[in-house]
Structure formats: structure tokens, C-alpha cells
Write a protein that binds this ligand. Structure first.
Ligand code: URA
Length: 313
């Protein structure tokens, strides 16, 4: 139950950073939550805890890779469990050896390493796939999403589910085909959640800091091989993976502006699932304005019609 609550908290926080203010909860789920909260309140009345001040969100550097995780000093007061606490201990991040040859040869070698990675394999359920990026190895634009979902882990390809179909439409709106760009993820596996024995996982959770740290070398290797002109991070989890964990509170603070990651200009915008949840022209326009900046940066032609997309209310 505690892990499920953790996952729920993570997801609610993520939705909040993406601007979602209201979520629907069934009466049964609400009743279950009330029971848990009532139980907690009862326990805390019985044993007053040694109060540990919440450390707050330490702002990590805004640019660069994930900051190293520093465990609290032994003498420090016990910190509350952060919603991002790793679900399972992962080994040190993999080392991608220098890859030789042309782009395709290097990408194939990377694919072999990622699909043969025992940690990646251990994190996918039987019959499901580890997922590497897809698309043109000569792409000027590389999109970076969060993690594979249900469809992606079946097909072994990023962004093929509902959010992926919307991303493909956005790419087409830019005058490109899906296969003209490169699409990757922060994560190479679908973050697992507890499931009923023998049943499929329902829903998704955002990856933990540790999971993102583990997969980061694979993303960096893809950036090195493809060598795109720009990166586009989709959503707050991807943005945190690139800018630094908890380096911002809301996506609004960082989206629509150019940042830098791995020596590449990085645009941050909303995740397509943000639009799926509330498909208003106002929200579509926000993403579209970010994509117009990307088009300008890579010198794609922009028609008057494209400039005016989603302006009508
Ligand atoms: N959402 C993501 O961030 N990545 C995927 O591959 C699919 C959905």
C-alpha cells in the first residue's frame, strides 16, 4: 500500500507540474485513501515523531547532466521519504565504450548493448521489450520523452501509443515525417508498478532519479551518434532528466526557452499527453509556439498558415 501511495503521489506531483489542476478519483479509491490517511493520523497521535525539517527542493544546476546522488550524512536527522525514492537499488550506470564506424554501425552496437543489458532486462516483464530511440540518424531534431508505456514496451519503439500518435501529428505539422526526426526517451524500460499476479500493468509512473541516472549514458550515446542540431525535451520528467532532478518546480519555469544539454541547444515543451488530457487550442498553441522556435532554429520553412496554427480560440 505504501508503495502504491508513493506512486500515486509521484504521479499527482508530475501532473501538477504539467499544469493539471483537477483529477478524477473514483468513490472507492477516495474511500481507500481516506482510510490510509486516517490510519496515519491515528499512528502519529500515538507516537509523536522526532520532527525532521523537510529539506525542501535543493536547486540543482540548471544545465548539465543529473547531479550525483549524495546520501545524507549518518548524523543527519532522518529525512522524510522523498516521492522519488528508488523502487529498487540499481547498479552503477553502464559505460558505453567508444563506438567505431559509421552512424548505423555505432547505433547497432549501442542497440546490442542496451538490449543485452541485464539491468534493463531485469526491469521489463517477460515478453516485454527494452526500448531504444528510433528515427533518422541524420536528424536535425531529436525529441526526448520520458519512458516507454504499454504500447512502447510491446513494440520496442518509443512514442507509438496515443501520445506518440499525437507527437507524430505535431511532427507532420512542422512539415516533416516521423522518420525525418529522431525520437528517444530518458528511460529504456517502462517503470514498473505493482500489478495483480498474471495481469498487465495498469497505468504508468514517472521514473525515479536513480532509474534516470542509470539510463542516461544510453541517451548521451544516442545524442553523440545522431549529433542533432537541437534537442526537444517533452514534459517535466524529460526536462528534469536533462536539466537536473528537481531543478525547477513547474514546467512553466523552463519551457519555451533555450537551454543547453550535452553541448546541444535544448528546447523544453509540454508532453503530448498534456494535450491528450485537455485538447484545447490554447494548450496546443503553447506547444506549437515552442515548436515554431525549434523550426526557426533549424531553418525549416514556416508558412503563414503554420505560424497561425491554433490561434483561433
Ligand atoms: N511517453 C513517453 O514519454 N515516451 C514514450 O515512448 C511514450 C509515451
Amino acid at each position: 500500500m505504501r508503495q502504491s501511495l508513493q506512486i500515486l503521489t509521484d504521479e499527482l506531483r508530475r501532473l501538477k507540474t504539467e499544469g493539471v489542476g483537477v483529477v478524477a478519483v473514483s468513490d472507492e479509491a477516495l474511500a481507500a485513501l481516506r482510510r490510509v490517511v486516517a490510519g496515519r493520523q491515528e499512528r502519529s497521535r500515538q507516537t509523536p515523531p522526532a520532527v525532521a525539517p523537510f529539506p525542501g527542493n535543493v536547486r540543482a544546476p540548471v544545465e548539465g547532466a543529473l547531479p550525483a546522488y549524495t546520501p545524507p550524512a549518518a548524523s543527519a536527522p532522518a529525512a522524510p521519504v522523498l516521492p522519488t525514492a528508488p523502487v529498487a537499488k540499481l547498479p552503477a550506470s553502464p559505460v558505453v565504450p567508444p563506438l567505431a564506424g559509421d552512424k548505423r554501425t555505432r547505433w547497432d552496437a549501442l542497440l546490442a548493448q542496451v538490449t543485452g543489458d541485464l539491468t534493463c532486462q531485469a526491469n521489463v516483464r517477460p515478453g516485454k521489450k527494452v526500448v531504444l530511440g528510433v528515427g533518422s540518424l541524420d536528424a536535425a531534431i531529436m525529441f526526448v520523452g520520458e519512458a516507454p508505456g504499454a504500447e512502447e514496451e510491446i513494440q520496442g519503439e518509443p512514442f507509438v501509443g496515443p501520445a506518440g500518435q499525437l507527437l507524430t501529428k505535431m511532427i507532420q505539422g512542422m512539415g516533416l515525417r516521423r522518420e525525418d526526426v529522431y525520437i528517444g526517451n530518458i528511460m529504456n524500460w517502462r517503470p514498473q508498478m505493482p500489478t495483480v499476479a498474471g495481469r498487465e500493468q495498469v497505468g504508468n509512473r514517472p521514473p525515479t532519479e536513480e532509474e534516470m541516472r542509470y539510463c542516461l549514458p544510453y541517451l548521451l550515446a544516442q545524442i553523440e551518434i545522431v549529433d542533432p542540431a537541437v534537442l526537444v525535451a517533452l514534459g517535466s520528467t524529460a526536462a528534469q532528466g536533462l536539466l537536473g532532478f528537481r531543478s525547477f518546480k513547474t514546467l512553466g519555469e523552463v519551457r519555451g526557452r533555450w537551454h543547453n544539454f550535452a553541448g546541444k541547444p535544448l528546447m523544453i515543451t509540454y508532453h503530448p499527453s498534456y494535450i491528450l488530457r485537455e485538447p484545447t487550442n490554447r494548450k496546443k498553441r503553447l506547444i506549437w509556439e515552442d515548436l515554431l522556435q525549434v523550426m526557426e532554429r533549424v531553418a525549416l520553412p514556416i508558412s503563414d498558415r503554420q505560424r497561425a496554427y491554433f490561434l483561433e480560440r
